[in-house]
Design a protein around this ligand. Sequence first.
Ligand SMILES: Cc1cc2nc3c(=O)[nH]c(=O)nc-3n(C[C@H](O)[C@H](O)[C@H](O)COP(=O)(O)O)c2cc1C
Length: 192
Amino acid sequence: MSKRILILLGHPDCRPERFGAALASAYADAATAAGHDVRRIDLADIETPFLAGQWEFDSPPPPHIQAVQQDILWANHIVLLFPLWLGATPAKLKALLEQVFRDGFGMETSPRGPVARLKGRSVRLIVTMGMPAIAFWLLFGAHGLLAVEKGILGLAGMTPIRKTVIGAVESIGGRGRLKWLARMRRFGTLGV
Ligand SMILES: Cc1cc2nc3c(=O)[nH]c(=O)nc-3n(C[C@H](O)[C@H](O)[C@H](O)COP(=O)(O)O)c2cc1C
């Protein structure tokens, strides 16, 4: 069944030599070829101010951020790729997420507790990093990834959230990278 897939490349630097850009393109090309409807947003192209406070978080974001919200509402599968920077998402990606989730976009509070507003959407989270993946899981508890999974997307009701950790990107060499690109194409073809 064909899906509406939004690919968000959460890398402040989207030059083609960055591995994240190649991963996103591999996924997008395969998904399009398989008949999925694909949209792509590159963080590097988006002006992303830092959120100034609760008052701003409670109000609607500017029009270009509302356009990102519309793309999320359109999608039934979201692919979010980012490099691990100092153990977490790059600050610019966190800033974008804070902007996008303004005005109760992902969750609103009701007298009976929080209400998730983005149910019906699956996610593939892909994170690249310099350290081996096993170190990220065992030594760091994958907290930079779990913060996005549980603290943002999960609270908004997105499920299932599948995770791909690509470790040692600087040392896996050309063959290692080709293996990951092939895996991205498989994910893209299946829309998972
Ligand atoms: C500012 C910065 C901080 C980084 N912090 C980490 C880190 O905390 N842990 C880690 O394993 N790699 C870290 N790295 C390495 C990047 O995660 C790695 O270079 C990136 O995932 C490679 O993908 P790219 O080619 O798309 O940039 C850091 C890189 C930069 C530029």
